[in-house]
Design a protein around this ligand. Structure first.
Ligand SMILES: NC(=O)c1ccc[n+]([C@@H]2O[C@H](COP(=O)([O-])OP(=O)(O)OC[C@H]3O[C@@H](n4cnc5c(N)ncnc54)[C@H](O)[C@@H]3O)[C@@H](O)[C@H]2O)c1
Length: 441
């Protein structure tokens, strides 16, 4: 079976390499020619644990990349994995998706094809794409992606469920084809959810919005916890012991970021709006999240110093989560921008080299000269904290490192602002640090 994957970003690249590891003949198609050239020489264009090693194993064997849509004509299954970013109004912008669909058209002959929408798309999109392709022997399938950056390979090979949406879930020709593509997972007893297009599209948005709501919920509780001197970490742990609640996504902090939650929550709210239904929880989830980083700055960092102008801060963690280079909607970057705007000097660090590189490129491209003098990206944590007035934890790495004692000797003042509540506050206080967390002190 021949497979094409259109769009080779975080989702499409993992899908391409993963399917080639499962033995399929895969062509990744991307309009970005520089990306294609790099991938064909076995160099990964993004950071994901193990990705480059795996890419090198299959490239020029059963995996190749191209900018031409020609391989579509020989493909049985075509996965669409292009970006669906937020437009100026908060909707999902489908211009890349529709442009890819137009490009596919030119290479469809009489051979039946299955076009699988992996991109996160608003309800009704699969129906629209089927309508666009109505004169072609094409069946459109919805197959939302649930991988988590940072552990994307693990998620590809051990998914918790595979959701497939069809125009007619009871009668279609693509289901057996897709069960072959995902046969490995069926053998491993991964549950398959077979539904209509609309149900499948909504499963993805509802899942992301629910996780985002959990985070905003605990962040709201953390403000009260802060005021009354309670400890939000203990509250979360005790709540999580109730299996109806579940322990995950209950860690208070500076809010959620990344390439999915912020845009998907907004796009879901917009879908409610377009059907003239009020979406109180979804809108509040977004509002709480938007205010959270500023709340942390005002109530913790600024409150401690009075004025941060001229102060130097180490910001530890740059990407939106650990083990990725993805800076999209990163709360660490939002916090850096707030600090810089308030006249502070920032020394940023992330364990992932590509995250550091991307941060530098982001600010160089923004061409902000004043920021250029105030922001430094360092390759070592020890250099980032050197002679700083405060350390800010901005990404959920396990920073419970052995050498906090040594770090204390390097800083100007041993103050830590733990924006992700990851540190052992008691231990740090016993070492002589002043500690501030979110909803705990
Ligand atoms: N990143 C994640 O963790 C994640 C998880 C689940 C779902 N999703 C969803 O998957 C989709 C893709 O996300 P991503 O993070 O991989 O995006 P991305 O921005 O990393 O990658 C998109 C790729 O598509 C390419 N592209 C754009 N237009 C094209 C066209 N017409 N033809 C061929 N290639 C084209 C771009 O050059 C880019 O390489 C989005 O809808 C996203 O919401 C993402």
């Amino acid at each position: 079976m021949k497979i094409s994957v259109i769009g080779t970003g975080y989702v499409g690249l993992i899908q391409s390499v993963g399917l080639s590891k499962l033995g399929f003949e895969v062509t990744g198609i991307d309009i970005d020619e520089r990306k294609v050239k790099k991938l064909n020489s076995g160099i990964s264009t993004l950071y994901e644990d193990n990705l480059e090693e795996e890419l090198k194993k299959f490239i020029n064997e059963n995996l190749k990349f191209t900018s031409s849509y020609e391989p579509i004509s020989n493909s049985d299954v075509i996965f669409l994995c292009v970006g669906t970013p937020q437009d100026d109004f908060g909707n999902a912008d489908l211009k890349f998706l529709y442009s890819a669909v137009e490009s596919i058209k030119k290479y469809i002959d009489n051979k039946p094809k299955t076009v699988v929408i992996k991109s996160t798309v608003p309800v009704g999109t699969c129906r629209k794409i089927q309508e666009i392709l109505k004169d072609y022997p094409v069946e459109v399938v919805s197959n939302p992606e649930f991988l988590r950056e940072g552990i994307a390979f693990k998620d590809f090979f051990e998914p918790e469920r595979i959701v497939l949406g069809f125009e007619n879930p009871e009668n279609n020709r693509s289901i057996n084809l897709l069960k072959k593509v995902y046969g490995h997972f069926e053998k491993n007893n991964v549950p398959f959810v077979i539904s209509s297009w609309e149900t499948s599209e909504l499963i993805k948005y509802a899942s992301n919005a629910f996780l985002a709501a959990k985070i905003s919920f605990i962040n709201e509780i953390s403000k009260l916890s802060d005021k009354v001197g309670a400890d939000i970490k203990t509250i979360s742990e005790a709540m999580g012991m109730d299996e109806r609640i579940g322990a995950k996504f209950l860690n208070a902090g500076i809010g959620y970021g990344g390439s999915c939650f912020p845009k998907d929550v907004k796009a879901l709210a917009k879908q409610f709006e377009s059907f003239e239904i009020e979406s109180k929880i979804i809108t509040s989830t977004e509002n709480v999240n938007q205010a959270q980083t500023t709340w942390f700055f005002e109530n913790k960092i600024k409150k401690y110093y009075g004025n941060v102008s001229g102060k130097t801060f180490a910001v530890l963690g740059l990407a939106f989560k650990p083990n990725t280079d993805d800076l999209r909607e990163s709360k660490a970057i939002e916090l850096i921008n707030i600090l810089l705007k308030n006249g502070a000097i920032v020394k940023g660090f992330d364990y992932i080299e590509k995250a550091r590189e991307n941060t530098l490129n982001k600010y160089i491209l923004s061409d902000s000269k004043s920021i250029g003098y105030s922001l430094h990206i360092l390759d070592h944590l020890e250099d980032a904290v050197f002679e700083t007035d405060g350390i800010v934890i901005a990404t959920e790495y396990d920073f419970n490192i052995e050498n906090w004692m040594k770090i204390k000797e390097l800083v100007k003042e041993p103050v830590i602002f733990d924006g992700k509540n990851v540190l052992d506050s008691k231990k740090l206080k016993s070492l002589g640090y002043t500690y501030f967390g979110v909803g705990r002190n």
